[in-house]
Design a protein around this ligand. Structure first.
Ligand code: NAP
Ligand code: G4F
Length: 370
């Protein structure tokens, strides 16, 4: 019998990579997606199976983390061996605008899943992975951060995720559920949400060199993150549920890079060297050289500017993870370097923007005609 997995947040960056990964391993994969007024399934189009196919391995269910009855019914119908709870309002800055919604989705949502497992008497059958985050460390108490580092959350998102973390530990201890937290540091990819800083940069750098955008407005250039690749991190999620016992695990690369450095890396992938001048809110990124004859960028052109609207009321300045536990006990290690991640993201966005450019010049997308 194939194992059965249920993924909440299957339409997101991680959900889509995880679904692909588990299908390759022979799982039957069920995904929860929310109803939206336009298609929200771009990231899973390549693995989508039409409901009319008789024996499907990839099945989608409408659902929402704020609806206990709906989640309980899905879990009752699917009886999964493994649940990956990835659904969340995952944008830290936006969480300051919608704090109550974030608490409902990210905190109580996790409780709803755990409680459904308990009420449906699936405690011995169903393992659960909770998508915890390095944002829990917030204003860090020690460096690097590991499983024992105290939490110090700095946003409504992180506070909600802290509840989800502890309720997962509590259900493990109280009801003996195989419930584990993956405390994942930032992970990126070509399908990263467009408003997270890495993707915002790779999209903008692509548009700027193609002449489709003048400049990029960003916030805190000094922030440093431990950036890995989503593909490596979904593998860790699966490994966490294959461990001998439920536990909590830090997943990270162990290297940290500033937003400023990430910007330089992204532009350098297309032959453009940037230099930063000025301080604080007046800092700017200028073109120093452009080695790629395909792109006509003026030397000295201002391409990065600070906009204080992108600063957060409380910031997480610096994160770097110590993932020795998962490396030692589960033999996980990241395959991708940051250079490879940036190159992959830039290549993908250049391709995407070239298509946009072609369409803007009056070309047509063959897909629209059929
Ligand atoms: P993402 O791309 O933002 O995806 C979030 C997913 O959750 C999407 O499928 C979204 O649906 C769904 N969702 C949001 N609100 C929902 C609701 N009320 N009911 C049902 N589904 C809902 O996030 P990600 O980067 O893949 O991250 C996956 C998980 O890991 C999240 O819980 C995130 O907080 C956590 N995490 C991420 C990172 C990272 O660096 N990526 C690091 C640590 C932890 P739509 O597609 O319809 O919006
Ligand atoms: O890319 P970000 O928005 O990611 P952030 O806040 O680190 O959160 C991501 O990683 C967490 C794991 O640690 C996840 F739990 C969470 O769900 C999400 O996936 O911002 C990264 C840094 C921040 O310090 C931010 O202030 O980049 C800085 N930044 C500077 N300018 C910007 C911008 N961030 C965004 N989104 N947009 C900017 O213009």
């Amino acid at each position: 019998m194939n194992k059965v997995a249920l993924i909440t947040g299957v339409t997101g960056q991680d959900g889509s990579y995880l679904a692909e990964f588990l299908l390759k391993k022979g799982y039957q994969v069920h995904g929860v997606k929310r109803r939206s007024s336009s298609f929200n399934t771009d990231r899973i189009e390549h693995i989508y199976e039409d409901p009319h196919i008789e024996k499907r391995n990839f099945i989608l269910h409408y659902g929402d983390m704020t609806d206990s009855m709906n989640l309980t019914k899905i879990i009752k119908d699917v009886e999964p061996d493994e649940i990956y709870n990835l659904a969340a309002m995952s944008h830290v800055h936006v969480s300051f605008d919608v704090p109550e919604y974030v608490a409902d989705t990210d905190a109580v949502g996790a409780l709803r899943i755990l409680e459904a497992i308990r009420l449906l008497n699936l405690t011995d059958k169903t393992k659960i992975y909770q998508a915890s985050t390095s944002e829990l460390f917030g204003k860090v108490q020690e460096t690097p951060q590991n499983e024992k580092t105290p939490f110090n959350p700095r946003s409504p998102y992180a506070v909600a995720k802290m509840y989800a973390y502890w309720i997962t530990v509590n259900y493990r201890e109280a009801y003996n559920i195989f419930a584990s937290n993956g405390i994942l540091f930032n992970h990126e990819s070509p399908v990263r949400g467009e408003t997270f800083v890495t993707r915002k940069i790779t999209r903008a750098a692509s548009k700027i060199v193609l002449g489709l955008q003048d400049k990029l407005y960003v916030g805190n250039l000094d922030a440093e993150r431990d950036w890995g690749h989503a593909k490596d991190y979904v593998k860790a999620m699966w490994m966490i549920l294959q461990a001998k016992k439920a536990d909590d695990w830090v997943v990270s690369t162990g290297k940290s890079t500033s937003v400023r450095e990430f910007l330089k890396l992204a532009f350098s992938c297309v032959g453009v060297e940037l230099s930063f001048v000025g301080k604080g809110i007046n800092e700017r990124g200028l073109v120093v050289s452009c080695k790629n004859p395909k792109y006509q960028l003026e030397i000295g052109k201002e391409v990065v500017v600070i906009d204080s609207n992108y600063f957060r009321p409380t910031e997480v300045d610096f994160l770097i993870g110590d993932s020795s536990k998962i490396r030692k006990e589960l033999a996980w290690k990241p395959e991708y370097t940051l250079d490879q991640i940036v190159k992959e993201m830039m290549a993908s966005d250049i391709k995407l923007m070239q298509k946009d450019q072609y369409l803007q010049k009056g070309g047509f997308d063959i897909k629209n005609y059929f």
